[in-house]
Ligand binder design. Structure first.
Ligand SMILES: Cc1ncc(COP(=O)(O)O)c(C=O)c1O
Length: 376
């Protein structure tokens, strides 16, 4: 149906073999592939004292992160005004209130330390930052602010496996990092996620939350390391299984080259769009290594976004939106656009164009040409 679709998997025989090997092994969950994937992911984040825990998906990771942070009724958690709804949902489900912080500018769509500072109250317990689109937030300012105010910092790294800020891996700046391996992500395994943490006591909390609060796991008992278990505290089942972990290991090997290719394609988009009617944010990425997860552009203020998407569709080009505004959702209609004016002025102009590592340069040219025709 599409000449160019929004995203395509970067899969081949390696993922097929990885999954088949697990099936043949006779051990499907809570096994050694998960541990291997966690260790390999921790190395991606720089190793050292970084611990990683594989989980069902990034929403589960975020839910565990707010619970481990002790977020509860009466608390506020500052989240970006431009992010996926999971960030707000997990805060609400923990009994607390999400508070929106504004985007930095039309060029930097992430939230800034100053934007967060404006929303801090005595009830602020935590901040969730999203490295939107694969572009790092200003972590120097944000880490300093959270430390000074005694606020827990959670990084939503759904878009940024392999991303860096000043030479340090994203997901290692805050108290807890949360990654997504959903199908359309830089590292795709269907459903999956990862937590990163440095402090052992938070790591232990997260382990309990991941698996029923149990003190030993099935693998420990299979290996003869334990006969039974205690339940130290209430927990959930947010564990990853072996097939997903094996797919993750195969994808992890491809990640550096795949991210770099996204970067090259993004640079080509930028050259082809320069001087045209749409604006491409994140022109200046400074001392960061983006992961170029998506290709967001801002349409001219007078363009009809839905009509543009429909025209692109007629030309065989799939496009998307990242993200609809919170105040447009029934569950979050109490948020006021005026409270985050930079976001309010740009959010309905955002359009996401196709980007994936196996995309060809001709496909990029076709998308840009089609977009210009759709806007003409
Ligand atoms: C910024 C952001 N946070 C969280 C999530 C949730 O991830 P998952 O689908 O793995 O639960 C997503 C997924 O789209 C996302 O884009």
């Amino acid at each position: 149906m599409w000449k160019v679709q929004l995203f395509k998997l970067n899969y081949d025989d390696r993922e097929v073999k990885a999954a088949a090997d697990v099936v043949e092994s006779g051990w499907l969950t809570m096994g050694e592939k998960v541990i291997e994937f966690e260790q390999a992911f921790a190395r991606l984040l720089g190793g050292g004292d970084v611990q990683c825990l594989a989980v069902t998906n990034c929403t589960a990771a975020l839910h565990m992160a707010v619970l481990a942070a002790g977020v509860g009724p009466g608390d506020e958690v500052i989240i970006p005004s431009l992010t996926f709804v999971a960030d707000a949902n997990v805060v609400k489900l923990a009994g607390a209130e999400p508070v929106l912080a504004d985007c930095t500018s039309e060029d930097d769509l992430t939230m800034s330390a100053a934007g967060i500072a404006r929303k801090i109250t005595p009830r602020t317990k935590a901040v969730i930052v999203t490295h939107y689109g694969g572009f790092a937030c200003d972590m120097a300012g944000i880490v300093a602010l959270c430390r000074q105010q005694g606020i827990v910092l959670i990084e939503d790294c759904a878009h940024t496996p392999g991303g860096e800020y000043a030479g340090q891996a994203l997901g290692t700046f805050g108290d807890i990092g949360c990654f997504s391996f959903f199908s359309n992500k830089n590292l795709s395994i269907g459903e999956g996620g990862m937590l990163s943490v440095r402090k052992p006591e938070i790591g232990q909390q997260l382990r309990y939350l991941r698996s029923h609060g149990m003190t030993t796991l099935t693998l420990d008992r299979h290996k003869g390391r334990a006969y039974t278990y205690d339940v130290a505290q209430p927990g959930l089942n947010y564990r990853m299984d072996e097939i997903h972990a094996a797919l993750g290991l195969a994808q992890l090997e491809k990640l550096p080259a795949a991210n770099a290719r996204r970067g090259e394609l993004t640079a080509l988009y930028r050259r082809l769009l320069a001087g045209g009617p749409v604006r491409m944010p994140f022109a200046n990425t400074g001392d960061t290594l983006p992961t170029w997860h998506i290709l967001p552009v801002l349409l001219p203020a007078d363009a009809d976004r839905q009509a543009t998407m429909a025209r692109l569709k007629d030309m065989g080009i799939q496009s998307s939106i990242h993200y609809p505004p919170f105040w447009g959702f029934e569950a979050y209609s109490h948020f006021k656009p005026d409270d985050t004016p930079v976001c309010a002025a740009l959010i309905n102009r955002e359009l996401t164009l196709p980007l994936y590592p196996t995309m060809t340069e001709d496909e990029v040219r076709l998308v840009v040409d089609s977009l210009h025709r759709a806007l003409a």
